[in-house]
Design a protein around this ligand. Structure first.
Ligand code: SF4
Length: 218
């Protein structure tokens, strides 16, 4: 069990699931680069959090609900939680707002599952499913909180705490996903991949540059 002071942000799980180095740059080194995508995402979340709750029929919608799990050591905020009255009691459904469309990897799903695990611990309920609402396609996308997704989320939370304790930033490994990473200019994965500054310079200077310096540029 974790204490209040040891809780780490749920959002860190999504960064960690995407790339360990991205997580470390943001959460250990305090780096953040806003691009068009992240700023649109931030504005979308601010809009979602404007009203706190509303009721429609059997559904009560609560926005900006604070979340925490002492078991996983996580804290955060749900965009929306729906409480639906049924003949069997109350069904609780977390809904997270995202830009764009469903992703190929499951970084977002882990984040939503962590929200569900927090709600289960806080409210003593079982939560079977959650949804993403994708702003661009304006559609809900269902996420089932399967056993394997729960296990993966718990494992990632343990990794998160272990890495946070170590406070080390891993070296960059360039992959295709780097091209969609908001931190690519800070991380410079292609540069880190090269063995030396010399080999980097060799790759960026042109033949004319080299000849102009009569071979003394390097
Ligand atoms: S640029 Fe690539 S290696 Fe660097 S933080 Fe982003 S995903 Fe990770």
């Amino acid at each position: 069990m974790f204490t209040e002071d040891e809780l780490l942000p749920i959002s860190a799980l999504q960064h960690l699931a995407f790339c360990e180095r991205q997580w470390a740059l943001i959460h250990i080194e305090g780096a953040w680069a806003e691009n068009a995508r992240t700023s649109e995402g931030r504005l979308l979340h601010e809009k979602v959090h404007e009203e706190e709750f509303e009721s429609r029929g059997e559904c009560r919608t609560v926005r900006s609900l604070r979340l925490r799990s002492f078991q996983l050591g996580l804290t955060g905020q749900a965009d929306v939680v729906e409480f639906i009255q049924t003949s069997d009691g109350t069904t609780v459904i977390p809904v997270e707002f995202k830009l764009g469309k469903p992703k190929i990897d499951n970084c977002d799903e882990v984040q939503l599952c962590a929200q569900a695990l927090c709600l289960e611990e806080m409210l003593h309920v079982q939560i079977e499913e959650g949804f993403f609402f994708y702003g661009r396609v304006r559609r809900r996308h269902q996420v089932l909180f399967s056993r394997s997704l729960r296990v993966e989320t718990e494992k990632l939370s343990r990794t998160l705490h272990a890495l946070y304790k170590d406070r080390k930033t891993p070296r960059a490994v360039y992959e295709k996903k780097c091209e969609s990473c908001s931190l690519i200019d800070i991380c410079m994965p292609k540069l880190v991949r090269r063995k030396s500054a010399r080999s980097y310079l060799e790759s960026i200077i042109t033949e004319e540059d080299y000849e102009a310096t009569e071979g003394n540029l390097l």
